[in-house]
Design a protein around this ligand. Structure first.
Ligand code: 3HC
Length: 310
């Protein structure tokens, strides 16, 4: 006898097959996603970006990560060759024509995300799922201008993608059962835990993270040193201090996440001008050539030591 589905859980039977994956964007997040999809689904994966240089960088990242997996003995030389052969880069979205799963991880700007989906919709079948890795924009709005918004779903990963176990699957009022089900089955194939969240700013994880990083920045902007804020967070037992977490997520992305939350709920979330200045400056932490953090960047500390957030 078949087990009964829990209330609200999508019916796996209506999930669509994923035989080719398209990744819109070839930046760090997009490349990590492409690597996970090719490794776990073993299907062709095509990545694209606005110019060939970015595309080449993304493909280069993926093959370097495949080499690392080979060096660690996690995959055989045959599998390394197969994975590399399955990944292609293009600047032409027509190459997405036979993708049945497309995921975007382009810049976190509503108009840009709407535009890349609209462009790719001209080439893919109406059945193809369009997934967005947005961290805090409205998934419904991202799909609002499409001919088929029912195939749009949020599929939000965490960095580093290879090790973070969770995916937030975001259902909009338009998302149909087949799309939701495909998202859940795909998450399981990627060996991730999926939770279905409402389409609200920050979903679940980032609205908590925005509080944590926002309050860390507020303390810094109020005049507490970054090192003290990091130390003060230590009793919580998080795997990373706020400065490291900001560095991992990226200063620009971190500032953007805080901004989006602040714009949605100004009385609940903090927006830090200093974090924008740090993002313009480019770095917060010093690292050795192996990428190990050795301390704070002096120039960055000068930027944040200005005291109160103007
Ligand atoms: N890319 C790929 N793999 C990475 C990596 C990276 N940047 N950093 C670490 N790893 C891998 C390592 O290769 C290692 O894999 P292995 O076991 O196969 O060799 C594994 O992760 C563990 O790494 P370490 O041995 O260095 O172990 P640590 O104990 O230092 O853990 C960590 C590293 C898993 C990154 C841990 O510090 C952690 O969990 N940090 C918190 C990360 C976090 O909170 N991420 C969420 C950010 S929010 C977000 O992404 C949402 C966005 O919308 C803003």
């Amino acid at each position: 006898k078949r087990a009964k589905r829990p209330a609200g859980a999508p019916d796996k039977a209506v999930a669509k097959r994923v035989t080719k994956v398209g990744v819109l964007g070839a930046g760090y997040m997009a490349s990590q996603l492409a690597l996970l999809f090719v490794r776990r689904l073993q299907v062709p994966v095509v990545i694209t970006d606005i110019d060939q240089e970015r595309v080449d960088k993304g493909v280069g990242y993926i093959s370097a990560e495949v080499d690392k997996l080979l060096d660690k003995g996690r995959i055989s030389p045959d599998e390394a060759n197969r994975l590399n052969a399955l990944v292609t880069g293009t600047t032409d979205k027509a190459d997405f024509a036979d993708c049945d799963w497309v995921i975007e991880a382009v810049f976190e700007e509503l108009e840009i995300k709407q535009q890349v989906f609209a462009e790719v919709e001209q080439f893919v079948s109406p059945e193809a799922v369009l997934a967005t890795n947005t961290s805090s924009l409205s998934v419904e709005q991202i799909g609002a201008k499409l001919a088929h918004p029912e195939r749009v779903v949020g599929f939000h990963f965490f960095t580093p993608v290879a090790v973070m176990p969770l995916i937030e699957v975001v259902k909009t009022p338009a998302t149909d059962d087949a799309t939701l089900s495909t998202a859940m089955v795909t998450a399981a194939k990627l060996k991730k835990t999926a939770v279905i969240t409402a389409d609200t700013p920050g979903f679940v994880v980032n609205r908590l993270l925005a509080v944590l990083l926002g309050e860390a920045m507020r303390a810094v902007d109020d005049g507490t040193s970054f090192a003290t804020v990091d130390e003060g967070m230590a009793p919580l037992g998080l795997p990373m201090a706020p400065s490291q977490l900001l560095d991992l997520v990226g200063l620009r992305v971190g500032a953007h996440v805080l901004d989006t939350h602040h714009a949605a709920f100004p009385d609940r979330f903090y927006r830090s001008e200093n974090l924008h200045r740090l993002a313009d400056y480019g770095k917060l932490l010093e690292k050795d050539d192996k990428g190990k953090v050795t301390g704070f960047d002096k120039g960055a500390l000068k930027i944040v030591s200005g005291g109160k957030n103007p």
